[in-house]
Design a binder for this molecule. Structure first.
Ligand code: FNR
Length: 182
């Protein structure tokens, strides 16, 4: 199965992107995770740009979403919400319904104790609006993320690795359930 992973951070040494990379390594054998690289290329969403002649970067996002069996989002919290760049990407999917029924995992991470829980809640609201299928066990907020990565930016906390594996297992199951329904 094909999973598209989106990190909500554009930062070069992003902890959320590092978590996404850790999840690539933790993925079950039948799961192939591709990391979406185009977040920073998307123009600001405007209904005037939406439609058949949407910019190439938007077309690229939509194609990657359509080709994915499931999606994994890992986001930081900025000012108690998701980064604008991530919300912008999600807004580009409203008209096409690319998230409708799509098995989706929602993870947030922060160096603070809350684990980006407010961004996580906001992300879940947006995913509800988009009609995504977010399994209960595919939701995770990770506090103190800076203490869970080593100096090379690799995940070094076994408890977090276990929690991320459980998220991936829930996502895998949701994709399988959807395929069985078809
Ligand atoms: C933050 N940070 C932050 N953290 C948090 O838990 N709640 C918040 O509301 C905010 N707000 C916020 C705003 C802005 C503009 C910045 C730059 C940062 C801290 C944030 O969690 C931290 O920088 C993370 O490391 C960002 O995630 P990445 O880039 O490491 O994935």
């Amino acid at each position: 199965m094909r999973i598209l992973a989106i990190s909500g951070s554009l930062r070069a040494s992003s902890t959320n992107t590092r978590l996404v990379r850790a999840m690539v390594a933790l993925a079950p054998a039948d799961m192939h995770i591709t990391i979406y690289e185009g977040l920073g290329d998307l123009p600001h969403f405007s209904p005037d740009l939406d439609g058949n002649n949407a910019p190439a970067s938007v077309h690229n996002l939509r194609t990657q979403l359509q080709e994915a069996d499931g999606v994994l989002i890992c986001t930081p919290e900025y000012a108690f919400g998701v980064p604008g760049s991530l919300k912008n990407a999600l807004d580009w999917t409203v008209s096409t319904g690319d998230f409708s029924g799509k098995p989706t995992a929602a993870v947030s991470a922060s160096p603070l104790w809350g684990g980006g829980d407010k961004a996580h809640a906001s992300l879940l609201l947006t995913l509800t609006a988009l009609g995504a299928n977010v399994p209960r066990q595919a939701k995770l907020s990770i506090p103190h993320i800076n203490k869970k990565l080593n100096d090379n930016g690799e995940l070094s906390d076994p408890t977090t690795a276990q929690a991320l594996s459980a998220v991936l297992a829930a996502l895998e199951q949701a994709v399988k359930d959807l395929k069985n329904e078809k």
